[in-house]
Each structure stands twice: as structure tokens, then as C-alpha cells.
Design a protein around this ligand. Structure first.
Ligand SMILES: Nc1ncnc2c1ncn2[C@@H]1O[C@H](COP(=O)(O)OP(=O)(O)OP(=O)(O)O)[C@@H](O)[C@H]1O
Length: 216
């Protein structure tokens, strides 16, 4: 199941409400961009959605969640840790299976970094690290993608390549995006977050960048 239908979503920190209560329904075929100024609540909403849909989703968190001491291969493989037994995961740590190596190499190739397969993640650049987290989400291959600022460290051409790849590979997606032009180019629905509430919810084709800038 690619979509979700959640209601009564709320989040508070130190007694202060930062999200909701709000409802959000996302259907198969929708690429949703969460936009809004820094601190509006996009990451918090993303985490709330993930808590509810969890195993049905591929997650790219803003902080990436990589294990620096491990090579790129193992960080990408982690996208499917919960789909294998302990024995398989333990063997893979020491001596990965060819079919998994081939699959991960193929994903890295699509992201322009196949040669980094066995490099420890700690020695990668910020943009390369971000692509490892994206490869991990692609490897998981869940029907729903939740991606919090997935292209913030990528240069222009790579940012476009990654957004196109993610759009093609997932049947429904929720992106938190600072880049309004990218949101309009790759998403078909724009949800504006302001003070923890949905202040805008429109098909992207009905909006231009200036309509969204009123949220900032
Ligand atoms: N762990 C936390 N403890 C306390 N307050 C938090 C915590 N995480 C988020 N907040 C607060 O919740 C609000 C929403 O934060 P959130 O990170 O969701 O915003 P955002 O829209 O994702 O911002 P950005 O675009 O900068 O990533 C902010 O006021 C932030 O200070």
C-alpha cells in the first residue's frame, strides 16, 4: 500500500504544540512536497508520518542516519535489514552475497558513485553521504518514500537526476523541500506548512513559485 490516511496528528516539545492537530491523506501516484519556512514543522510531521507507516516506507531522514565506520555497501544494505534473518545479516557483514553486491552497485551507478562501494562512509563528501542515504531508501524499495531535504547537499544536475530517479521508483512520495522550484518541477501536490498547520494544499499545476513564497 503506497498511500496513507492519517488524522489527529500532533506533536509537542516542552509542552508547546509544534504540529497539528492535522490530517493528511496521500494517494498512490502522488508526489507531495512539504514546503514552508525553517521551523514550520516539516521534519516533525515527516517523523510523525514515518511512525505511522513505518515498514511500508523508505525513509531519507535529514540527518541521514549513516554508520560512518561501515563501507557504503553496508549502509545501503541496511535498508533491508528487517527483511532478512539474523544469520543473513551477520554473514553479509563479513562476506556479502554477490546478488546483493550487484544490486547495490547498480543503485550507486545510477547515483554516479559506483566506485565508492567499499569506501567507509566517514570519508565521503556531504553530497556523497546524502546519495548513500538515497541509495539505502531505493534499496529498501518500499511503496512509499519519505524524504526530508534529500537534495540539500547536491549540485544542480545531480539534484535533478536524484529527484527524477525517486519520482520514477516510488508510487507515492512525501518530500520536505526548501527548493520551491524543485518542488514544482518534480511534485504534483504542494502542501504548505505554517506554524504546524497545513496552510496550503494544491495541485502543483495550479501554483507558481510566488504563490508558495507567501508561506515564507
Ligand atoms: N527535539 C526537539 N526538541 C525541541 N524542539 C524541537 C525538537 N525538534 C523540533 N523542535 C521544534 O519544533 C518546531 C518544528 O521543527 P521542525 O524541525 O519540524 O521544522 P522544519 O520545518 O523541518 O525546519 P527546517 O526546514 O529548518 O528543517 C521548531 O520550532 C523546532 O524548534
Amino acid at each position: 500500500m503506497a498511500g496513507f490516511d492519517l488524522s489527529g496528528l500532533t506533536a509537542s516539545f516542552g509542552g508547546e504544540r509544534v504540529i497539528g492537530p492535522l490530517s493528511l491523506k496521500v494517494k498512490e501516484g502522488e508526489q507531495v512536497a512539504l514546503v514552508g519556512k525553517s521551523g514550520a514543522g516539516k521534519s516533525t510531521l515527516m517523523r510523525l508520518i514515518h511512525q505511522h507507516v513505518n515498514r511500508n516506507s523508505s525513509l531519507v531522514p535529514q540527518e541521514l542516519g549513516l554508520v560512518n565506520a561501515l563501507p557504503v555497501f553496508h549502509n545501503v544494505f541496511m535498508g533491508r535489514l528487517d527483511q532478512h534473518g539474523n544469520w543473513y545479516n551477520t554473514v553479509t557483514l563479513m562476506r556479502p552475497f554477490s546478488r546483493d553486491k550487484d544490486k547495490v552497485r547498480e543503485l550507486l551507478k545510477a547515483l554516479g558513485m559506483a566506485e565508492k562501494l567499499w569506501i567507509p562512509t566517514a570519508s565521503l563528501s556531504g553530497g556523497q553521504r546524502q546519495r548513500v542515504a538515497i541509495a539505502r531508501a531505493l534499496y529498501r524499495s518500499a511503496p512509499l518514500l519519505l524524504a526530508d531535504e534529500p537534495i540539500s547537499a547536491l549540485d544542480g544536475p545531480m539534484a535533478h537526476q536524484v529527484m527524477q530517479l525517486l519520482k520514477d521508483r516510488f508510487s507515492a512520495s512525501v518530500f520536505a523541500l526548501h527548493d520551491v522550484e524543485m518542488a514544482l518541477a518534480y511534485c504534483n501536490r504542494i502542501v504548505g506548512i505554517q506554524d504546524g498547520q497545513i496552510a496550503l494544499d494544491e495541485p502543483a499545476e495550479r501554483l507558481v513559485a510566488s504563490d508558495i513564497m507567501s508561506l515564507y
